[in-house]
Ligand binder design. Structure first.
Ligand code: NAD
Length: 354
């Protein structure tokens, strides 16, 4: 089915308000999730709602928690998300960095103990809107690992995203925002829900043999998701684990640490004011000239044009704003189940969707 973004936002917002969140926080989380759908990342869209509702009801996700500064050394900050909605505490942490960087030029920040931060590109885009460059390395803990190291078949990490955005003066930013697994786990979940296959090279079964069947991540005997880009993607995932997990969060995926149904993100963020480097005009000129140069590349066979990172999301957003967001039946059933669990009945839901 195709659903308009505003209707989905209203529904998901209501589910979180009924779960005990304030109207403002519920709106921020719902807007973030629907924006992920709009940008083509259904893995981080409204399909996360049942997991969030589960974690609210088991007190793993604290609906009223806010970001708290626990260390302030000027350009070095540590912020504790106190297991609040990642979408809220992550944005609050970025607001603190955006404010601080005006005097320090650069901020290195550890953002720890956030319930699922969702689409990390959101935080990089928030910094870019303020004219700032940012880099984010994130790990994911609180549950069993799903991603195997390069050369292994056992699960040792999760999908550890890496994100970097560069602002442009009169154009949208360049935003690289990616899981370091061969595909985001949520995309395997979307394929599993939709009864489709996952691209070759992403999954191995329990014997370490390549497979395209997403069931290996959800049904025993379990397989694993591999890293993207062989040893290089694996290496980047390790750095997300060490900087996001060990440095920022003091909590990596190693087995002495607590695991349950939790979804905890720790994020190492570096926020940079390009003006602090001195040549702001030249920086902006070079970024634009380089993007133009990349765009001028003759497309290879099978490609319509060359894009820079961030463009596929904008293309998707334009399409889905105009035509609606496609939601598969299982994902919809999950959201309806979450609505029911929090006490919304069919009539309430139909009214919200009118
Ligand atoms: P993806 O593979 O769809 O895209 C990765 C990057 O490549 C994007 O920046 C995109 O703009 C760029 N890209 C894609 N096609 C391109 C092309 N043709 N030309 C130029 N650039 C192109 O993304 P993904 O790896 O599946 O990650 C999906 C989302 O999952 C991300 O938003 C990430 O933050 C999120 N994520 C979150 C968590 C978490 O724990 N919170 C964990 C993993 C992933």
């Amino acid at each position: 089915m195709l659903i308009a973004a505003d209707k989905l936002t209203t529904l998901v917002e209501r589910i979180f308000i009924t779960s005990g969140a304030s109207a403002a926080f519920a709106q921020e989380v719902a807007t973030h999730l629907v924006a992920a759908n709009l940008k083509g990342h259904d893995s981080h869209g409204i399909g996360m709602t049942p997991a969030y509702v589960h974690n609210i009801r088991t007190d793993l996700l604290k609906v009223a928690a806010e970001a708290k500064v626990i260390k302030d050394n000027g350009a070095v900050l540590v912020v504790d998300g106190q297991f609040g909605f990642g979408q809220v505490v992550g944005r609050q942490a970025m607001d603190i960095a955006i404010d601080r960087v005006q005097t320090t030029g650069v901020v290195c920040m550890g953002v720890r103990n956030c319930h699922h931060l969702g689409r990390i590109g959101t935080y990089a885009e928030h910094c870019a809107e303020a004219g700032l460059v940012s880099i984010h390395l994130v790990n994911v803990v609180g549950h069993d690992p799903q991603v195997s190291p390069w050369g292994g078949r056992d699960r040792r990490m999760t999908t550890n995203p890496f994100t970097c955005a560069v602002p442009r003066k009169d154009a949208p930013p360049v935003v690289l925002d990616m899981a370091t697994s061969a595909v985001a786990l949520g995309k395997v979940r979307v394929a599993y829900n939709a009864g489709t296959e996952v691209a070759e090279g992403a999954l191995v079964d329990h014997e370490g043999a390549p497979t395209t069947n997403p069931a290996v991540m959800y049904e025993e005997p379990f397989g694993a998701l591999g890293p993207f880009g062989k040893h290089k993607g694996y290496g980047l995932a390790v750095m997300c684990e060490l900087l996001g997990g060990a440095l920022a969060g003091e909590w990596t995926a190693q087995p002495e640490n607590h695991r349950s149904h939790h979804i905890v993100n720790h994020m190492f963020s570096c926020v940079v004011d390009p003006a602090a480097f001195g040549g702001l005009d030249k920086f902006q000129y070079e970024v634009d000239a380089m993007v133009d140069y990349l765009h001028s590349t003759t497309p290879a066979k099978g490609f319509d044009k060359v894009r820079v990172p961030g463009e596929p999301e904008r293309d998707s957003m334009a399409d889905r704003m105009a035509n609606g967001i496609p939601i598969d039946d299982n994902t919809w059933a999950g959201v309806m189940g979450a609505a029911e669990v929090v006490g919304l009945n069919e009539a309430d839901i139909n009214t919200l969707l009118e």
